[in-house]
Design a protein around this ligand. Structure first.
Ligand SMILES: [Ca+2]
Length: 340
């Protein structure tokens, strides 16, 4: 076993182009819609399906001082029932009509938001074994004058237990599981439910290269096991309405970290995963790290592309390529900024 950085291979292999993978849109103006939000459920779901059950979800977000004085518009629905809390206050609920998922609820609130940490909490009920999901979008206007959008995404957490105070911002959800993201608003079987959906440029793997360690220079009979990849990207100050996304897959599996935080994972190379990095990337240097796993001896490769889409500006892209580094080992802190 070698230690430390090892040479990287750029793989001259052509995988099927991944088309039709849309970047979330830029919402310069908050509107009652679910565009850019994802359908999520707890990780015990089998694909879209779950048992008849009740699950609890939390999505935290931070507001700059002054922003809490704005008016928040919240739109949400669930397959099948949901109750939505904002900072512990119940703001939306549909706990009957299991077929009502196609009529999203919407409301406006003020006076509930806080400077600093806020929390959207959702009780979701799947009334019958089968498709289960929740989807929520909060758009905040006024206040600081900066439009702020919060959506269900891979950063939400879920639990099968209703703990005291679980709806409140200060509740410790570190023991809750990262949610499973079913897909973006508009996906089947739920469709667009008659709500507006932006037409946006697709985020694809254009210009991205499949990479692996130098072991791949000799061919694709690669040993099973994990390999570790890193790069640093320099992100500009993101304007209001900017959206950041990552598209990534690996043969066979990966876990993606940004600035030391695990964003998500995937284990089916033919189904690239997309993650919303809007709330994750910070102006300046950001560390992108990937643990890629070759589960069986044979082919192994990693590909990723990150996009920042800003209103009125050309989109910015970063892709796997020569500027990534790799290692056979994962010393403490390997995924964090500042690691050598
Ligand atoms: Ca259902």
């Amino acid at each position: 076993m070698r230690s430390g950085p090892v040479p990287l291979s750029i793989l001259a292999i052509a995988f099927t182009a991944m088309a039709g993978l849309a970047v979330s849109p830029c919402d310069a103006v908050p509107a009652p819609d679910l565009d850019g939000a994802a359908w999520i459920w707890t990780p015990d779901a089998a694909g879209l399906n779950a048992d008849q059950c009740t699950r609890y979800f939390r999505g935290k977000f931070t507001l700059p001082a002054g922003a809490e004085g704005g008016i928040a518009q919240i739109t949400a629905t669930a397959d099948n029932y949901l109750t939505v809390y904002l900072n512990g206050t119940r703001i939306l609920s549909r706990m009957k009509d299991p077929d009502g998922w196609d009529r999203p609820l919407t409301t406006e609130t003020s006076g509930i938001l806080l400077p600093g940490t806020n929390c959207i909490a959702v009780e979701g009920v799947n009334t019958l074994a089968g498709p289960a999901g929740i989807i929520v979008k909060l758009s905040l206007a006024g206040g600081s004058g900066i439009p702020i959008v919060v959506v269900t995404d891979a950063l939400w957490r879920g639990s099968d237990r209703e703990a005291p105070g679980w709806q409140r911002p200060g509740f410790d959800d570190s023991g809750w599981d990262p949610v499973t993201v079913h897909g973006e608003f508009g996906m089947p079987p739920w469709g667009d439910m008659g709500l507006p959906k932006s037409t946006v440029p697709a985020l694809d793997f254009e210009g991205a290269k499949w990479i692996w360690t130098q072991e791949a220079a000799k061919g694709m009979h690669l040993p099973a096991g994990p390999r570790y990849f890193r790069t640093v990207i320099d992100v500009p100050e993101m304007a209001a309405g900017a959206r950041a996304q990552a598209l990534i897959t690996a043969d066979n599996a990966f876990a993606l970290y940004v600035n030391g935080t695990r964003i998500g994972r995937g284990s089916e190379w033919s189904q690239p995963a997309r993650f919303d990095l809007t709330k994750v990337l910070t102006p300046g240097q950001n560390t992108i790290a990937v643990r890629a796993l070759n589960t069986l001896e044979g082919a192994a490769a990693l590909i990723a592309r990150i996009a920042v889409v800003q209103p009125g500006a050309d989109p910015l892209f970063w892709s796997t390529g020569e500027d990534w580094v790799c290692s056979h080992e994962a010393p403490e802190g390997w995924q964090r900024p500042g690691f050598d």
